[in-house]
Design a protein around this ligand. Structure first.
Ligand code: ATP
Ligand code: MG
Length: 359
């Protein structure tokens, strides 16, 4: 496993995550993990003029998984003015097309909806992460038309990536049946307006033929935004295009908590990168205030990924142990992160979980 702690609170939440992952490993047994630390990020760039250490990308590429805390500091920039972002290069290089964003309500956790069913929110947004409307800006960094009169971006959807994305969604739904979900996949698009989105949906239907026992739904992205406010508890796996997924995962994340709860996996055919969805939060760095749960839940996602990759179910047991410990600690109110007005900083949250896991 390659580990990039990165900048700001990335360092604290990574340390917390490794401690929790180790505790779960010791409790469950049956597998080993070894960590290869890679220096990267804005602070490293400031010291060395490089955003990742020599050979770091190769080490990341050879690792069975990559864990990343957070990268970037607003005050440190490349000469072109953009923020330090070697991780975006990794995403592109390893073609991490499947952005996995679990959205789950924890008992006594922060909630924005008063309906009691909001306690049942438990879904995963699958965001395509290498093409779509981000294609021109983030991936290719060029526009077909860019003048003082008009600027164009391109929505590019390819068959190859979309087939893999939808297959991923169907397999994920299948897996989630084991945790009591119905295994329903919702295709979120705007197929009534965009040709690219009609193509996205067409491929969804084609791939569904191979998973015909899986129930499917369709929703236009605008209706989906409304449904996230009206009935988010009804959804299970949602598969969507890059920018739609970007917006929807923020919206859905807001329903169940703050940045400190949002886990994220970025998965390709041969590589997986796991990181909390939040950034380096320089405003609270070094103060023991960061909520480590987004990182810790990303660590659980990583163990689950490794379980699939190595066909070792004990890794999946360890992932489940971590997630259940978080759930139980919220349930009996022993975890109260400062992020939600509680009295517990990074260390206290981590220690509480460690105690629960090793019980
Ligand atoms: P990026 O561009 O990397 O996404 P950002 O500018 O969006 O970064 P974040 O670093 O994610 O910003 O922080 C946004 C806000 O959320 C900050 O006020 C920060 O303090 C808060 N925040 C982020 N992560 C956490 C966390 N784990 N615990 C508590 N607060 C957090
Ligand atoms: Mg941000």
């Amino acid at each position: 496993m390659a580990v990039i702690k990165g900048d700001g609170i990335g360092v604290d939440v990574t340390d917390a995550t490794l401690a929790i992952v180790d505790a779960a490993k010791n409790k469950v047994g049956g597998f080993s993990l070894d960590y290869q630390f890679i220096q990267a990020g804005a602070a490293y760039y400031q010291q060395t003029g490089q955003d990742i250490e020599e050979g770091g990308e190769q080490v990341a590429g050879e690792a069975d998984a990559i864990f990343l805390g957070a990268i970037g500091l607003p005050s440190v920039r490349y000469p072109d003015g953009t923020e330090i972002s070697p991780h975006l290069r990794l995403r592109d290089r390893f073609q991490l097309y499947a952005g996995v964003r679990p959205v789950r309500a924890f008992p006594n956790g922060p909630k924005r909806l008063s309906d009691t069913r909001a306690n049942d929110i438990d879904m995963v947004i699958l965001r395509e992460s290498t093409e779509g409307l981000f294609y021109t800006a983030a991936v290719h960094n060029r526009c077909p038309v860019e003048s003082d009169h008009e600027v164009q971006d391109v929505m590019s959807i390819t068959r190859d990536t979309t087939e893999k994305l939808h297959d991923f969604a169907f397999k994920l739904a299948e897996k989630r049946k084991h945790r009591g979900k119905k295994g329903v996949v919702t295709c979120v698009d705007k197929a009534n307006v965009f040709k690219s989105m009609a193509f996205f949906r067409k491929i969804f239907d084609e791939r569904h033929a191979n998973y015909s026992h899986t129930e499917v739904n369709y929703n236009y992205v605008d209706a989906q935004a409304l449904d996230f406010i009206r009935r988010p508890w009804d959804f299970d796996v949602l598969v969507t295009e890059n920018i739609f997924g970007d917006i929807l995962s923020d919206l859905a994340g807001g329903l169940v908590g703050g940045m400190g709860m949002a886990a994220c996996g970025e998965i390709g055919d041969n590589h997986g990168l796991f990181q909390p969805a939040h950034g380096s939060a320089p405003d609270i760095m070094g103060q023991d205030k960061a909520n480590p749960l987004a990182a810790i839940l990303s660590g659980a996602l990583m163990l689950d990924y490794l379980a699939d990759k190595s066909a070792n179910t004990q890794l999946a047991d360890a992932a489940l142990l971590i997630e259940s410990a978080v759930y139980d600690c919220f349930s009996d109110n022993t975890i109260r992160p400062m992020e939600f007005g509680g009295d517990m900083g990074t260390k206290a949250v981590t220690d509480t979980l460690l105690e629960r896991i090793s019980r």
